[in-house]
Ligand binder design. Sequence first.
Ligand code: 6GU
Length: 227
Amino acid sequence: MMTIDILSVLPELLESPFSHSILKRARDKGLLEIRVHHLRQWAVNEYGQVDDYQYGGGAGMVMMPEPLAAAIESLSKERPYDEIIYLTPDGRRLEQRIANGLSLKGNLLLICGHYKGIDERIRDRYVTMELSIGDYVLSGGELAAAVLVDAIGRLIPGVLNDETSALFDSFQDDLLAPPVYTRPAEWRGMTVPDILLSGDPRKIEDWRHEQSLQRTRDRRPDLLKGE
Ligand code: 6GU
């Protein structure tokens, strides 16, 4: 059983993403537990304050160290974390191999930043990994956390069955996935490639691989160069 705890000031944003489809199944099967914690539980005062002005001036608030430290320490007493991950646009860019690695861990704590981010000392003291989901700015870390949990959750052993196997995903072998078709065999004059109807598994496998290569060359040559 993998446990993912998430610290957030907007836990409402994280209610739906884990309650459907494959992540729902992972939770129902007891393979994944997700707990979302409201950072305000650890606020510094009765007003629920968790952020403050930044030293040195400038627009935007910074998440204070005390609530984050209290939350991290309190949750860490319940279960030791393999990684404490801060979602931030200046983190390492998430890619498939990182998700693969994280899917084999036991307990993860995700910290969603807001405003201008969290006090640097929390990063220095507690955070073991910093991840971004791409080179653009989101208004908070929650949607990034949802993306990360989805990418990890579906890889946990036992979550996917043969039909949904992750082995053939785009990126799993640094190639994009080939095109796919379903019925009808002819739709508005457009047909399905003959090979897919041939019933010859070898030929189909070769065709798919060739299509994957072609598609990757056309769209993402950087993947072939191992960039
Ligand atoms: Cl992890 N957080 C925010 N706020 N923006 C992002 C991001 C994370 N990754 C890409 N953009």
